[in-house]
Design a binder for this molecule. Structure first.
Ligand code: MN3
Length: 227
């Protein structure tokens, strides 16, 4: 396949399937990709996540992933793709790019799912979905915390929507994410040390518990559901 027909093919695949996975707020633009603004002030998640941690995590780490992706895709076929397409295509082809693109994408979801004053509980419909997959909300919470805290090394814990529409949990390493596995990411819990070490030192579980208990904005999370 020539590179232009391959691009057309990829765009076709994206329009048919992957586009549906993209959260509506993520612009479907090609490179250079730009890091979305935080939907709140850096200090607004304090004391659960300090302003210093948000400042470094968003301003240095997340910004760095965008810088690296833009550098790596320049002059390649990837430059014409959306960030979602770069993630799904690079997984098999280019693991270094995949981790950078995955991290750029993962943190968009991460920041947007939090709020100092968002919907603190799922809607009735969402609570029903949670009950289908878990014993109850407390069980869901405990399992998400356990899955996230239990990631070995750097990675993420996720609440996902499976292809059959049901909810499930998964853990991924480094920049890997549900998008690359054909699943819809609903909640992403970052357990890289940069997400918590300044505030919680080595107490990853305490950080994850505090985040899951206090910062989730269920209206954003439910907006990611498909169907
Ligand atoms: Mn991070």
């Amino acid at each position: 396949m020539s590179s232009s027909s391959r691009r057309q093919f990829i765009k076709g695949v994206a329009a048919f399937g992957i586009a549906g996975l993209a959260a509506p707020h993520i612009a479907r633009a090609a490179a250079p990709f730009s890091q979305p603004k935080l939907p709140y002030e850096e200090g607004d998640l304090s004391p659960v996540i300090s302003g210093r941690t948000v400042g470094l995590h968003y301003g240095k780490h997340h910004a760095g992933y965008f810088r690296n992706v833009n550098k790596m895709v320049k002059g390649t076929d990837y430059a014409d793709m959306t960030l979602e397409e770069v993630v799904t295509r690079s997984k098999a082809e280019d693991p270094k790019l995949f981790n950078q693109a995955g991290q750029a994408w993962n943190h968009i979801l991460y920041w947007e799912q939090f709020s100092p004053d968002g919907a603190k509980a799922p809607s009735k419909a969402m609570a029903g979905k949670i009950k289908e997959a878990f014993k109850d909300y407390d069980d869901f919470k405990a399992q998400l915390i356990k899955t996230s805290t239990g990631v070995f090394g750097s990675g993420w814990g996720w609440l996902v929507q499976e292809e059959d529409g049901s909810l499930g949990l998964m853990a991924t390493s480094n920049g890997d994410n549900p998008l690359a596995h054909g699943k819809i990411a609903l909640i992403g819990i970052d357990v890289w040390e940069h997400a918590y070490y300044l505030d919680y030192e080595n107490k990853r579980g305490a950080h994850v518990d505090a985040v899951v208990s206090n910062l989730l904005n269920w209206s954003v999370i439910e907006g990611r559901m498909k169907g």
